[in-house]
Design a protein around this ligand. Structure first.
Ligand code: AGP
Length: 606
């Protein structure tokens, strides 16, 4: 959370920094700010609200300096306001700091500075850093920042500018992602490489405990102890156009449409058709090691965890290995038992989610082995896991996950197939699943093309204050994900339950005003699911069904059928209409779909 961008070079910094902020706005959007060094001082603009508010606040002629830093914020300390927006400056206005994270000992540092006569312009923890750096006697900015960080406790991704020494910016990392970039006679800093696409040629990821002096002619990285380190540069590839909405009203809708292509890329080159199996080279696991797995534990947060729940079902069904998914955010707080024959799988779109990263570190610390299923190439979680599966779903900009959820489920289907085929899954069953996976992209495209048929379901939900989402067994994670999607973008109260749990309590709330979205795949649990429909109907509850062809829909108010498919893969199709419904409801209610209130895409703080 919080977007950071920095530039040092020969071009005017402001347009580059503002472009970077627009690309990083998904990381936080309650305020934004920019500081550019010109004529020995910092020119600063900061505004509560979105980057467009900051745009409007910039002087008509713009700032002309060629060195600057900028920030888009997701508030932790201090409410969103002009004063609390970053950059934060020291009393003389010479040092500027932008920060992602939390300074845990800010109160003590503030007290000390106040006793020395410093007055504060904001309620943030970040401002102490600017004052502390300005008071350091070291000859270079990087040395001054290093000295200050030695007394700072907490998590940070930082960029620092000194108007009196504009030849270099300083970046630092401890728990908050930071990349440094190199262009043609230009240096860059960003919290996400997306900000630098089309400008930097190559990038390096800082590791925790490192800081970098970034100059127009390159960068130098040091540890907090002052030792110089050598970083590997990777080429910054990727299409800057993919970060634009194009003709779409929202990134969420664009990314829903991108799902067939995303799934195709997740599958590409990952079948071994001769043996009717999948081959995931990145997991670096020989058949022998796969055979030794006694349990699979999947860790992720939010939608990543829900995709993990889908994955657990697939692994249990296809490979007959006990598998379970749980929120990474809870896992590490209960002193988890780590077993040597358990395979841990960490799931993350961004690869930067703090809770997931901390859970992985806990597993590794205790000797467990972890695979990553990650979208962002080179991200912290991908590097921490060291082995795993990249989704190749492409950049996901909307705060809500859509295409990466579907791609993650697809990656789990591949993993389950591969684990299954080294165990008891027959070649015939393997071939059936390979064909089923092959068919997925076209089936998903077919569902999306029928979006208009979902209007009746969406209208019914938009008029309600509360909704239930019910699914049994493998459909339950889809009910949970569908409810989350509706909550996130429409702000309606939606609750998911396992259909079998309905009569153990939640049935009390069924009424004519509470629609139930019922997942009704045509599988061997259909009769049970139809009984649940009858239970809801008997209490006067309206039922909206997401189902498959041929299912009897007696008593159902409105329904949408996804195509028939291999039963194990039905969850992946049932989810698509729920994404579209959430989008339609939010659009009807006029919500801020790509940047829902209070949320940020990548949660890099605890
Ligand atoms: C999904 O719509 C969410 N916004 C959220 O639950 C997200 O999936 C979660 O924060 C995990 O993010 P990650 O995949 O980047 O780790």
């Amino acid at each position: 959370m919080c977007g950071i961008v920095g530039y040092v070079g020969a071009r005017a910094a402001q347009p580059l920094l503002m472009e970077g902020l627009r690309r990083l706005e998904y990381r936080g959007y309650d305020s934004a700010g920019i500081a550019v060094a010109e004529g020995g001082r910092l020119s600063v603009a900061k505004r509560k609200g979105k980057v467009r508010e900051l745009d409007a606040a910039l002087p008509a002629a713009g700032f002309s300096g060629a060195v600057g830093i900028a920030h888009t914020r997701w508030a932790t300390h201090g409410e969103p306001s002009d004063a609390n927006a970053h950059p934060h400056l020291d009393a003389t206005g010479r040092i500027g700091v932008v920060h992602n994270g939390i300074i845990e000992n800010a109160a003590a540092l503030k007290q000390r500075l106040a006793a020395e006569g410093v007055t504060f312009a904001s309620e943030t923890d970040t401002e102490v850093l600017a004052h502390l750096i300005a008071r350091r006697p070291e000859p270079s900015l990087v040395e001054a920042v290093r000295a200050v960080l030695a007394e700072v406790k907490g998590a940070y991704g930082l960029a620092v500018i000194d108007a009196a020494r504009p030849g270099a910016l300083v970046a630092a990392r401890n728990g908050g992602p930071v990349v440094v970039g190199v262009g043609e006679g230009e240096g860059f800093i960003a919290s996400d490489a997306a900000a630098l696409m089309g400008h930097a040629r190559s990038i390096a990821h800082l590791d925790d405990g490192e800081l970098a002096e970034v100059r127009a002619d390159g960068f130098t990285v040091f540890t907090l102890e002052g030792t110089q380190t050598v970083k590997a540069l990777s080429e910054l590839s990727g299409d800057a156009l993919a970060l634009e909405k194009g003709d779409y009203a929202h990134f969420m809708r664009k990314e829903i449409d991108e799902q067939p292509a995303a799934v195709r890329r997740t599958l590409l080159g990952r079948f071994d058709r001769r043996f009717a199996t999948a081959h995931l080279g990145g997991i670096e696991m020989a058949a022998r090691e796969m055979l030794d797995i006694r349990r699979v534990k999947i860790l992720g947060c939010g939608s990543a965890c829900h995709a993990g729940m889908v994955g657990a079902h697939l692994i249990e069904q296809l490979a007959r290995i006990p598998a379970h998914a749980e929120p990474a955010s809870e896992f590490r707080y209960r002193n988890p038992v780590i077993e040597p024959d358990t395979l841990y799988v960490a799931v993350s779109q961004s690869g930067e989610t703090f809770d997931t990263l901390a859970a992985i570190q806990e597993v590794k610390r205790k000797g467990g082995r972890v695979l990553g299923i990650v979208n962002a190439v080179g991200s912290t979680i991908a590097r921490e896991c060291g082995r795993g599966v990249y989704l190749h779903a492409g950049a996901e900009v909307a705060v809500v996950s859509t295409k990466t959820f579907t791609s993650t489920c697809t990656a789990f289907a591949l993993l389950a197939l591969q684990l299954g085929r080294v165990r008891d899954l027959s070649a015939a069953a393997g071939a059936r699943l390979v064909a089923g996976l092959d068919a997925l992209p076209d089936q998903i495209a077919g569902i999306i093309a029928r979006e208009a048929e979902l209007a009746a379901l969406s209208a019914r939900l938009a008029g309600a204050e509360h909704a239930y989402f019910l699914g049994r067994a493998a459909s339950f994670p889809i009910a949970v994900e569908g409810a989350l999607k509706l909550k996130e973008v429409s702000y309606l109260h939606a609750e998911a339950y396992a259909a079998s749990e309905l009569k153990h309590g939640p049935l009390a709330l069924i009424s004519p005003d509470t629609p139930t979205v019922m997942l009704l795949p045509d599988d061997d649990l259909l009769a049970k699911n139809l009984s649940t429909v009858a239970e809801v109907r008997t209490r006067g509850g309206p039922v909206l069904a997401v189902t498959q062809p041929g299912v009897s829909l007696e008593g159902v108010e409105a329904a949408f059928a996804v195509p028939a498919c291999e039963p194990e893969l039905a969850p992946l199709l049932l989810n698509i209409p729920l994404q579209l419904i959430a989008y339609q409801v939010a659009q009807g209610l006029g919500r801020d779909i790509d940047q829902p209130r209070n949320l940020a895409k990548s949660v890099t703080v605890e």
